[in-house]
Structures are given as structure tokens and as C-alpha cells.
Design a protein around this ligand. Structure first.
Ligand code: IPE
Ligand code: IPE
Ligand code: MG
Length: 239
């Protein structure tokens, strides 16, 4: 390996612990979500500083619709406000915003805000910020299977032509490399339906810090940890 530190090309974060952060302070859960915006900015800054090219943030799962409606509504409002407020700074930093997940379930207002931020940041060259919204891996894989089945039914491909690449090409993440490093804050050690296909060889890192307390220093720690991991991809070293 070179003297240079090994940097992940793609970092994905399960931003967890907003509710607990708020409850610990006697605040409403929604205030924990609002406090989760600054760590998003910090992670973006740190990722760009390290030369990470893709940062995926799990912001809302398909399961999260089952939360109390006041919390869901507050999260939707926060997404809209944040993409509008952050747009100038994102453009200044050269961030390209994209999303994965099924956007058709969102209100028109949310869909419009998302489409606008994608369009306004389309020329960003520094880093791609991928927001996982109304995302779950099983839903994504199911939609991919459906698309492939439609192509088979239409005679565009034969079943024996379906390769791993065919599946990957039909996932929402088709344009992006697999994550090298997945971070989940708050001490929980599970993936909660996030990037299950793409995480096959990702390194996992579970800091105890709650998401609103995550900062550039915590991101740096994750990058340091990653640099010391021995990635073998099922092979034997040096052979
Ligand atoms: C993560 O924080 C944010 C979302 C899921 C939208 P949580 O809201 O899950 O926080 P905890 O896990 O209840 O503390
Ligand atoms: C995962 O966190 C989803 C997001 C961070 C958006 P959850 O808090 O919803 O996951 P569980 O319920 O602890 O598995
Ligand atoms: Mg949680």
C-alpha cells in the first residue's frame, strides 16, 4: 500500500439516535431531528475534506411511515426546509444531490423540493450526496426484480442472461459504486433494511454517539478506523 492513507470512495451513514438525544433532554423527538441537520453539514464537510466521492445518508426508511403522524409530518417539513435552506451552500461546495428510494409516496411539495435540489446541484463535482428517502433495501430489490421480470416478459432479455450486474443495474443505486464504509450512530448494531445488496463487502462501524452529537471529529475517527481494516474480498492476501 502507498504511504497515502486509504480513503473510502463511498461512505454511507445510518443517522440514528435523534429521538433518544431529544428524550434525554426532555425535548420532543422532532427537536432531535432538527438537531440532526448540523451533523449532516459536518459529515459533508469532512467527507469532502478527505476526498470521499459519495456520501449516502439514510434519512427516512419505508418503515418510518409507521411512526406517529406528527413526527412523520415534522420530518417531511424538515426535509423541505433543509433542501431549500442548504441549497446555496451545497452549490458553493460543489455538492451534487441525488436520492434513492421511492419518491412517488411523498407529497407533491416534498417531491418538488427534491426535484429542485437535484436539478440545482446537478453540476456539482466535489462530492455526490445521496439521500435515502422512503428507502428500504427489500423494497428496492423487489422493484428491481419487477423491472427485470418486465424485460423478460417483453423478450428484451432471456432468464439465463440475468447476471449479478443485471440486478445491480436495476437497483436505485445503479449509478454509484458500492459503499466501502457504513457507519451507524447511536450504538445500535444492525442495518435496518439499508443497502443489503450493496453492503456485501462494506466495512461496518458503530460509534456510540447519538446522531445529533456526530461531528467532523467523529467522521475522522471512522475514516481512521477504515484505513486500518484489512479488506480481503474472500481472497488470500498476497497470492
Ligand atoms: C433517526 O433517529 C432518524 C430517523 C429514523 C428519521 P431516530 O428517530 O430513529 O432516533 P431514536 O433511534 O429513536 O433515538
Ligand atoms: C433506521 O433507523 C432508519 C433511518 C436512520 C432513517 P430506525 O431507528 O428507523 O431503525 P430501527 O427501528 O432502530 O431498526
Ligand atoms: Mg432509531
Amino acid at each position: 500500500m502507498s504511504e497515502l492513507k486509504r480513503i473510502p470512495q463511498h461512505v454511507a451513514i445510518i443517522m440514528d439516535g435523534n429521538g433518544r438525544w431529544a428524550e434525554l433532554r426532555g425535548l420532543e423527538r422532532c427537536e432531535g431531528h432538527a438537531a440532526g441537520v448540523e451533523p449532516v453539514r459536518a459529515s459533508l464537510r469532512a467527507a469532502a475534506r478527505h476526498g470521499v466521492k459519495f456520501l449516502t445518508l439514510y434519512a427516512f426508511s419505508t418503515e418510518n411511515w409507521g411512526r406517529p403522524s406528527a413526527e412523520v409530518d415534522a420530518l417531511m417539513e424538515l426535509f423541505c426546509q433543509s433542501v431549500v435552506n442548504e441549497a446555496p451552500e451545497l452549490i458553493r461546495q460543489g455538492v451534487r444531490v441525488r436520492m434513492i428510494g421511492e419518491r412517488s409516496r411523498f407529497s407533491e411539495k416534498v417531491q418538488k423540493a427534491l426535484a429542485e435540489i437535484e436539478q440545482r446541484t446537478a453540476e456539482g463535482k466535489t462530492i455526490t450526496l445521496i439521500l435515502a428517502l422512503n428507502y428500504s433495501s427489500r423494497s428496492e430489490i423487489t422493484r428491481a426484480v419487477r423491472r427485470i421480470a418486465e424485460k423478460v416478459a417483453a423478450g428484451e432479455i432471456a432468464p439465463d442472461q440475468i447476471q449479478e450486474a443485471t440486478v445491480a443495474e436495476n437497483l436505485d443505486t445503479a449509478p454509484y459504486p458500492d459503499p466501502d464504509l457504513i457507519i451507524r450512530t447511536s450504538g445500535e448494531q444492525r442495518l435496518s433494511n439499508f443497502l443489503l445488496w450493496q453492503a456485501s463487502y462494506a466495512e461496518l462501524w458503530f460509534p456510540g454517539v447519538l446522531w445529533p452529537d456526530f461531528n467532523e471529529e467523529e467522521f475522522d475517527k471512522a475514516i481512521d478506523e477504515y484505513a486500518h481494516r484489512d479488506r480481503r474480498f474472500g481472497l488470500v492476501k498476497g497470492k
